[in-house]
Design a protein around this ligand. Structure first.
Ligand code: HEM
Length: 198
């Protein structure tokens, strides 16, 4: 959530687009609800792009159940394997401008557009270049709950507040297994609407 807000503060056009989407889909007289998320494709794209660049589980751990070979590597049974999700989701072989925050790679204004590119990619472990919830039998069992909470929370904050900071937000990563920010996001929140039933 913190990474998503920081990215949006540094990209005001995207923040504006997200606000407009919420204002159009939800209006200005009630709070966004879980059931609105299906009508907020740009918010969904922002979350996907945030999970791509800032996966809270950047390293997955597995043990080889049998000896196998991948490319030129022979992996012996019981070898402990560390899968670098962070690096995979920034791999230039799979992503255009991999270091840029671009929710548009997952979003199309044209609802009828059918393509096999990132717009149709999900985060549930079927597309191996994007694995924020892992994959397979040990993949995250809380994916649906996690996504519902982050979409609704992010949309609520954007709906209710203008976020301002002193200059550009520093996007450095800190040490830690869950990819924390080096510096907590500090910003000023200004209410956008006064009549919302809170
Ligand atoms: C945005 C929110 C979340 C993210 C990004 C996330 C990410 C992950 C990742 C990457 C893994 C390792 C998967 C693998 O090794 O393949 C994992 C495992 C797990 N997650 Fe989540 N998670 C989230 C929310 C949740 C929630 C809400 C719950 C529970 C209510 C949950 C419960 C678990 C459990 C129990 C495991 C261990 C599964 C196992 O080892 O079999 N997670 N999560």
């Amino acid at each position: 959530m913190e990474w998503a807000l920081a990215e949006l503060i540094n990209n005001p056009k995207m923040m504006k687009k997200a606000m407009e989407e919420i204002d159009n889909a939800v209006g200005k007289t009630r709070l966004v609800e879980e059931s609105d998320v299906a009508n907020l494709p740009y918010i969904q794209a922002i979350i996907k792009e945030t999970l791509r660049l800032h996966p809270p589980g950047p390293i997955l751990i597995r043990e080889a159940s049998e000896t196998c070979s991948i490319d030129d590597y022979e992996i012996k049974e019981k070898t402990r394997l560390l899968i670098n999700v962070w690096a995979i989701s920034r791999d230039p072989n799979h992503w255009e401008s991999p270091f840029e925050f671009k929710p548009e790679r997952f979003y199309s204004d044209d609802k009828n557009e059918i393509s096999n590119n990132a717009k149709n990619m999900d985060v549930r472990g079927q597309h191996f270049q994007l694995l924020p919830f892992g994959s397979g039998r040990r993949g995250c069992p809380g994916t649906t709950l996690g996504l519902q909470v982050v979409h609704t929370s992010l949309a609520s904050i954007i709906q209710c507040f203008d976020l301002k900071t002193d200059g550009i937000v520093d996007m450095s990563e800190g040490p830690g297994l869950t990819l924390p920010r080096a510096h907590s996001l500090v910003c000023v929140l200004k209410a956008r609407h006064s009549q919302l039933p809170l």
